[in-house]
Design a protein around this ligand. Structure first.
Ligand SMILES: [Fe+2]
Ligand SMILES: [Fe+2]
Length: 149
């Protein structure tokens, strides 16, 4: 991959993580369970850390990190907004799940690209945290007797 392509891909991931931080902010507002909120705040912090690490990589490549603002694209925006307004805490968690599925899919794609080792290890690291986020949310949504239901 040439330098320009790498910078572009890294900036795409920054945008994705910025969207995730905003999604968590909205979801946390709608959740009534402190224990879950605490976990989600940790996940939000993970995404902030991803953004910082990705920005450093872009600068290391002599690129300019994008000044990303939340910018949910297409169906994600619609689906997310719809779910958020639908049904309280469970709707909020379903919306967050949809967001994390997309985040995970994009990290998976990014991880498959031919990066230099140091960049690859950051991306794999971030990706493994994304998997953890999605697993937790899936667990909460599917536990039959969780008060969320
Ligand atoms: Fe992230
Ligand atoms: Fe995540």
């Amino acid at each position: 991959m040439d330098r320009k392509k790498m910078i572009e891909r890294l900036n795409d991931l920054i945008q994705l993580d910025v969207d995730a931080v905003e999604a968590y902010r909205q979801v946390i507002k709608h959740l009534e369970y402190d224990d879950i909120c605490r976990r989600l705040r940790d996940f939000q912090d993970d995404h902030q850390a991803h953004i910082q690490k990705l920005r450093s990589l872009v600068m290391q490549l002599d690129g300019r990190p994008i000044e990303a603002k939340p910018d949910f694209k297409g169906y994600l925006l619609e689906g997310f907004t719809m779910l958020m307004s639908a049904s309280g805490s469970l709707g909020a968690m379903e919306a967050m799940k949809a967001n994390e599925v997309i985040t995970n899919r994009n990290y998976e794609k990014a991880a498959a690209l031919p990066w230099p080792d140091d960049i690859k290890s950051v991306i794999l690291d971030n990706y493994s945290q994304e998997e953890r986020h999605l697993n937790y949310i899936n667990d909460i949504i599917t536990i039959p007797r969780h008060p969320l239901r």
